[in-house]
Ligand binder design. Structure first.
Ligand code: ATP
Ligand code: MG
Length: 716
């Protein structure tokens, strides 16, 4: 380190400096979590600008999220300040591609003011096409087609590029036909979807030499963060742009590749050296983020994966605390315990901003939200909606509100066509008109209209059917418990079926959220009490000035760091997810393990892993076993405790019995229900499980000595 160094170089280690100063030629920075990859990439950008190697407009810098782009922009501002005017092309692949595409839209038959469709619009267009072609949408769901088209776009394939297997994937070989129809339809709408942003640009660069050369000339330097999660189309796009000047610097960590389900291909790292021969490969080994304890735990965990590029990590920080592994009785206790930990941080005047709760799946946030509302703990959900704001939850609540108060017109409007009941705009307009005229609620107006011949016979039938269902639910509201009623409504209305027909990952998450909703309701006396709770939660004002704890999925936490990290729900079936376990094979399990690695390495000072012995699945208490990943952390880096007696040895006993999670038969909590196999199948398999009215897991005292917990794991 040299005191005359510019500020952006100060404090960087040798390899980091090399990454900054090797501005010419291809550079691949391959290094583990927390080694300062993003820091070095940011300094490199500052260096290029400060030394005026290029104008800002001649630099292309790609981040994985918009948030990361904002942060990088701020840091650059601080590093080079007023030296340079203007900012580079800095953003996500999608935002950069959109900016480029606006300039060349006419080359793919769009106008520069094209609209970008969201998933809902996309589905609507696909459904229309499927219907127009006379295909049975139930048999060949639009969502399935949407998923395939996304996949093809991620791979950079236009309809003409599909191979036989791809074509076969939808409607007995009509995949290509529909893909082409869809693209044509978007053109007439002057619209494109997310995948098109990159795909169109890719096509333009491939087919218009002049445009390609213009950008190859323009972008003197290209920088890419989180390179391990690029998909094929992004990769091809980068390769085209960089092929001329070859000043491309990609930064990544194969162990943190966690988006293969979205088409990311970690092989892009390996391809880099082939496509850019003579690339300088820089490895960073010093971790500046985490204590040795945390680092050792994470390294041992990820070492279980095969096919890694492999790397060494070290740190010269103080050893720090071991990982805490906390066994709790059930989900509510998990939320309570973490809430207490946060309160204790507050008492020690540690800012809540320094803490985060990381979950594997969106539905897990609910328990924390409810608890934190109750104790007044300020929280923020990052990278997703708050639980009760999610579309499927709002839909379900709208059904319930309408059952409870038939005059709730907003609720009526929300769900009258969700799932689709074939009621067109005309029919709906007629209902509105009628309601206004008669000064009566929409539901009542709808009911009256079915007695007339104002609607088409089909619309009338659909509407009459819906109203009959509503009446039946209103009656049943007095007979069934409110969670049962909710489940019934979701099933009878066709809502569950709608999501089941949809094979996307998102739909599976939505089903999980709905079962979490049913579970949440069980904690309330009545439907009224529950709905009131929800309106209180929704009403909470979002005061941005207070310090808040962050709750987010591990996926959303990539690249971030926190002093205190709480890792919730480390149980087989939650994390690793049931889906990854069902799929068998090592691929998806290894991706889950990379997620676990990302999760632990977000922590600077302290990481606490929680696992509950009981989770409620569709109203039944099911015993859980701790995540297999916990057992993969060497005991010398772990402090175990659990809140209901038994101590470490107990949990060790559980771990050792984890061989095959499917052979494992969980002894039922207090023998109130027959023992059932602890299989958390996909929601559509579970959906038949009966709901029950038990509102909490039987306490330890009710189920005999704690040793029985260990016994359940040994029972097979
Ligand atoms: P991830 O793989 O999680 O994205 P990363 O490799 O990008 O991690 P950074 O986020 O850049 O790592 O850095 C991790 C932490 O280390 C940050 O707090 C950063 O400020 C700090 N850091 C990076 N380089 C140095 C250095 N040379 N000296 C001291 N601290 C550093
Ligand atoms: Mg980073």
């Amino acid at each position: 380190p040299n005191p005359s160094d510019p500020p952006y170089l100060q404090g960087l280690n040798g390899p980091q400096r090399q990454a900054v100063l090797t501005t010419e030629g291809p550079v691949l920075m391959l290094a583990g979590a927390g080694t300062g990859k993003t820091a070095a990439l940011t300094a490199r950008l500052a260096h290029i600008m400060a030394t005026r190697r290029a104008w800002p407009s001649e630099i292309l810098a790609v981040t994985f999220t918009n948030k990361a782009a904002r942060e990088m922009r701020e840091r650059i501002g601080r590093m080079v300040g007023d030296v340079v005017e203007g900012m580079p092309w800095l953003g996500t692949f999608h935002s950069i591609a959109a900016k480029m595409l606006r300039r060349h839209a006419e080359l793919v038959g769009l106008q520069s003011n094209f609209t970008i469709l969201d998933t809902d619009d996309q589905l609507r267009v696909l459904k229309q096409l499927i219907q127009a072609e006379g295909l049975d949408e139930k048999r060949w769901p639009a969502r399935q087609l949407a998923g395939l088209i996304d996949k093809w776009k991620n791979r950079g394939l236009v309809p003409a590029d599909l191979d036989a297997a791809d074509k076969e994937a939808y409607a007995d070989g009509k995949g290509q036909h529909f893909y082409a129809l869809y693209q044509a339809r978007l053109k007439t709408l002057n619209a494109c979807d997310f995948g098109d942003l990159l795909l169109h640009m890719l096509v333009i660069l491939k087919t218009h030499r002049d445009v390609l050369e213009q950008y190859q000339e323009r972008f003197k330097y290209i920088l890419v963060d989180e390179y391990q999660d690029t998909n094929a189309s992004q990769y091809l796009w980068l390769r085209l742009l960089a092929q001329q000047r070859k000043n491309i610097c990609c930064v990544g960590d194969d162990d943190q590749s966690i988006y293969s389900w979205r088409g990311a291909e970690v092989a892009n790292i390996l391809r880099f050296e082939k496509d850019f021969p003579g690339a300088t490969v820089i490895r960073l080994e010093q971790n500046y983020r985490s204590t040795p304890q945390i680092l050792a735990a994470a390294s041992a965990l990820i070492a279980q994966n095969s096919g890694r590029l492999g790397k060494t990590l070290w740190t010269d920080l103080e050893p720090g605390d071991k990982l805490r592994v906390v066994g709790v009785w059930d989900g509510p206790e998990e939320a309570r315990r973490i809430g207490e930990e946060l309160e204790s941080l507050q008492r020690r005047r540690v800012s809540l901003e320094r803490a985060a709760i990381l979950v594997r799946a969106q539905f897990q946030t609910r328990e924390f939200e409810d608890r934190f509302i109750a104790i007044g703990m300020p929280y923020r959900i990052v990278g997703g909606f708050r639980f009760y704001e999610r579309a499927e939850i709002r839909d379900a609540l709208a059904y319930l509100r309408l059952v409870q108060s038939p005059a709730d017109d907003l609720a009526f409007e929300r769900i009258i066509n969700t799932p689709k009941r074939g009621l067109g705009d005309k029919a709906l307009a007629r209902i509105h008109q009628f309601a206004r005229h008669e000064r009566t609620p929409l539901l009542h107006a709808a009911s009256r209209i079915t007695e007339t011949d104002e609607l088409t016979p089909q619309a009338r039938r659909q509407l009459a059917n819906f109203i009959a269902q509503m009446r039946s639910w209103q009656t049943k509201a007095n007979e069934l418990s409110h969670p049962e009623l909710t489940q019934l409504i979701l099933d009878e209305s066709g809502y569950t079926a709608m999501l089941q027909a949809d094979r996307s990952i998102e739909a599976a998450g939505r089903l999980e959220n709905l079962s979490e909703l049913v579970r949440a309701m069980e904690e309330y006396e009545s439907l009224e009490a529950f709905l009131e709770h929800v309106s209180l939660v929704m009403d909470r004002d979002n005061n941005d000035t207070t310090e808040t704890v962050t709750i987010m999925t591990i996926h959303a936490a990539k690249g971030l760091e926190f002093d205190h990290v709480f890792l919730a729900g480390w149980e087989d079936g939650v994390f690793p997810s049931q889906r990854s376990m069902d799929e068998g094979g090592t691929q998806s399990l290894e991706e889950e393990r990379r997620l676990a690695y990302v999760a632990i390495t977000r922590a600077r000072q302290r990481a606490s892993i929680y696992h509950a012995a009981n989770r409620r699945i569709y109203g039944q208490w099911v015993s859980s076993i701790p995540s297999r990943f916990i057992a993969e952390i060497p005991p010398e880096h772990v402090d175990s405790e659990n809140s209901f007696g038994g101590g470490q040895s107990l949990w060790r006993a559980n771990w050792s019995a984890q061989g095959d999670p499917f052979a494992h038969v969980a002894a039922n909590a207090a023998g109130r229900q027959p023992a059932r196999t602890m299989t958390r199948g996909p929601a559509w398999q579970r959906a038949t499980a009966q709901s029950s009215t038990i509102t909490r897991a039987p306490a330890p005292s009710e189920r005999g000595p704690a040793a029985s917990v260990g016994a359940k794991a040994r029972s097979d």
